[in-house]
Design a protein around this ligand. Structure first.
Ligand code: ME8
Length: 639
């Protein structure tokens, strides 16, 4: 019996610019699904690549004074670097400029032409170059592209046309009969009404520029970039070149795309396949957009977040986790650093990191890091075991059904329950009172950790492997199968290794400071221009800073800007003259704890002795006294 196979694709992205976090979103989800299928025993073909032809790229190259290929080569390289950093496990990266693809596209054109579904005529209409899309006058919104709102250009040229209209009814029927074909449901309705509003034949060749695959039967025409791009899925699956691979992997199981290109994937693409007498992909899933400050993140709007910088700052797995968990799969979702840091601190550092850390620390203390064999299970152990089984089943159901963020949430339900289990079983008490029960509790915890490592394998492959190795288990999580989730798979007697926290907590204040280069430069200038000359720690040690409590405050008899304070410093009472009258009224000071330089040589200020100096912070006309964050007995040292 042939093994189970799964064929999944991302869009092939335009190398008109570097990729941003929106592209990483699609590709991370596709990678998670691909890894999940591999761990479920499928042979997977995971395809991604670059869409290199078309007017947009040609213009960009011309602006830069290079050939289109010279323009795209380094950008395509940067795609691959990004995917490596993000641990994307694609099986095929297809460039539409490769020979294998050019051959397939020309063969497809010829086949459909010979069938009579392509004819030559004249095109007159509008073209949106950023979207590489043809529009009819009536489809424009305020004279602009209905998809992206940008200006369109009037185009009039001889073109080849694809008889899409001929297939409209067949496509509607297919969509009706295959509820899994267009997902989510809401997008299906949108596509159906689009088809019902009337399908025009599609212009599939251009003559006013060169950067494309030549029409095989008519030099001087290049094939329309979307006709070329959509065919990538067939090339990558081996169509006309590798029969065995094609038979194994076609039809694709899932084309994962952003919602804005659903029309191409659920109307043009299936009609191309129908014209070729090829089976249609099982599912096209149109996910929502990553939104930044209320607007779709996109290269042309310039509001993009660079994934390479984020990975360098937080690590690939943290970014992957955030993308998978935070955004409800299918709908739009906000991207923000604050939300990312919150997820890292609460879900990764606190919940997951702590579970491993606490469990390992206890295992070291009570069992020198060797996992004991369990004794008889009691109610709490049975409950956790039952929950793990339930989570495993729900997780698989959600992942099979493309409910990705719900699948991830299930794993965190188990992590949360395991942390609670530690609190409820209190192993530190069992260590003193019931060593046999302690063994069961520790085994149960480590079995849960093993299961968690398996379950996060598709989402956070690096972290899963670190956990796997620390748990003393062999190989890589990617080589495991979910069938190993069966409870009790952790071999008692295994030695665990202690390590650094999986995800160190991120200091929100520092991490949320403005990041732009301009801000950094300003900050740098200010600091540098004000900085006094360097001192050593010995210089600092000469200062004796102490906590003092203000017991009396009154205006200075001879100076409006000064206040006369009586302060308690340990057993002593001292008088301090401070220049704070413009910022504090005497009555609001009494009872406050402050910090003073206690070994400053006494001095007379406008006739009044001052035995020390208080510390205050100032900036932008404001002044604030430095006070201990918690009450400290007066006289306490400040270091
Ligand atoms: O459309 N949020 O390429 P492209 C979520 N070459 N996903 C986003 C996103 C955002 N803000 N921005 C981009 C093309 N994406 C064609 C595809 S396929 C045969 C040809 C993702 O570089 C999302 O998957 O404009 C979207 O569909 C894709 O990038 C568009 O990439």
């Amino acid at each position: 019996m042939p093994g189970k196979t799964y064929c999944i694709s991302t869009p092939i992205y335009y190398p008109s610019d570097k990729l941003h976090i929106g592209h990483s979103y699609t590709t991370t989800i596709a990678d998670t699904i691909a890894r999940y299928r591999r761990m479920s025993g499928y042979e997977v073909l995971f395809m991604t690549g670059s869409d290199e032809h078309g007017q947009k790229i040609e213009r960009k190259a011309r602006e830069k004074g290079v050939t289109p290929l010279e323009y795209v080569d380094p950008i395509v390289e940067s795609f691959k670097v990004l995917w490596e950093k993000l641990n994307i496990s694609y099986d095929d990266f297809i460039r539409t400029t490769e020979d294998r693809h050019i051959k397939v596209v020309q063969a497809i054109f010829k086949k459909i032409y010979e069938k009579g579904d392509i004819y030559k005529s004249e095109y007159e209409g509008w073209y949106c170059t950023p979207c590489e899309t043809f529009w009819l006058e009536r489809q424009l919104v305020d004279g602009k592209c209905p998809d992206c709102g940008r200006p369109v250009e009037l185009t009039k040229e001889e073109s080849y046309f694809f008889k899409m209209s001929k297939y409209a009814d067949r496509l509607l029927e297919y969509i009706e009969e295959h509820p899994e074909f267009i997902r989510p449901e809401s997008r299906k309705n949108e596509m159906v009404s689009f088809i019902k509003s009337g399908l025009e034949d599609l212009c599939i060749s251009r003559t006013t520029f060169d950067w494309g695959i030549p029409v095989p039967i008519d030099e001087g025409h290049v094939i329309y970039v979307w006709f070329d791009a959509l065919s990538n899925y067939l090339t990558s699956a081996g169509y006309l070149q590798d029969e065995e691979r094609f038979a194994k992997f076609w039809p694709a199981d899932l084309h994962l795309v952003g919602k804005e290109i659903m029309r191409f994937h659920t109307i043009i693409w299936p009609i191309m396949l129908m014209a070729l007498d090829l089976p249609l992909p099982k599912t096209v899933f149109g996910h929502g957009w990553l939104i930044l400050e209320g607007d779709k993140m996109s290269k042309s709007k310039g509001n993009v977040v660079d994934p390479i910088e984020l990975i360098a700052e937080f690590g690939a797995d943290a970014i992957r986790y955030f993308l998978l968990r935070e955004i409800s799969f299918g709908t739009d979702g906000n991207f923000s650093r604050a939300a990312l840091i919150k997820r890292i601190n609460s879900d990764l550092a606190n919940d997951l990191g702590n579970l491993l850390h606490r469990s390992t620390a206890m295992l070291q203390k009570y069992y020198q890091l060797e996992v004991p064999a369990p004794g008889p299970y009691q109610e709490l152990d049975e409950q956790l075991k039952k929950l793990a089984e339930e989570v495993g089943a729900n997780y698989r159901k959600h992942m099979d059904n493309l409910e990705i963020n719900q699948g991830v949430a299930e794993v965190w339900r188990l992590i949360g329950a395991a942390n609670k289990y530690i609190d409820e079983t209190a192993p530190w008490t069992l260590a003193k009172e019931d060593p046999e029960r302690l063994a069961t509790v520790m085994y149960t915890l480590f079995e849960v950790l093993r299961q968690v490592a398996l379950l996060i394998g598709p989402m956070m492959p690096e972290t899963a492997d670190v956990m796997w190795q620390r748990l003393g288990l062999e190989g890589s999580v990617q080589d495991q199968r979910f069938s190993e989730l069966a409870w009790g798979g952790y071999p008692a007697g295994t030695r665990v290794t202690k390590g650094e926290p999986l995800f160190p907590r991120i200091d929100e204040e520092t991490a949320l400071k403005p990041q732009s280069e301009e801000d950094n430069q300003v900050a740098e200038k200010e600091t540098l221009s004000d900085l006094k000359s360097e001192i050593t720690i010995d210089d600092f040690a000469k200062l004796d800073l102490r906590v003092a409590k203000i017991i009396k405050a009154e205006p200075h008899p001879n100076a409006d800007r000064l206040l006369k304070l009586q302060v308690q410093v340990g057993p002593e009472e001292r008088q301090i003259i401070a220049g704070i009258a413009e910022h504090y009224r005497p009555e609001e000071l009494v009872g406050k704890e402050i910090v003073i330089v206690a070994n400053l040589k006494p001095a007379k200020l406008r006739g009044e002795i001052s035995q020390g100096m208080l510390l205050a912070a100032s900036g932008e006309g404001e002044l604030a006294l430095i006070t201990p964050e918690r009450e400290i007995a007066p006289g306490g040292k400040v270091k």
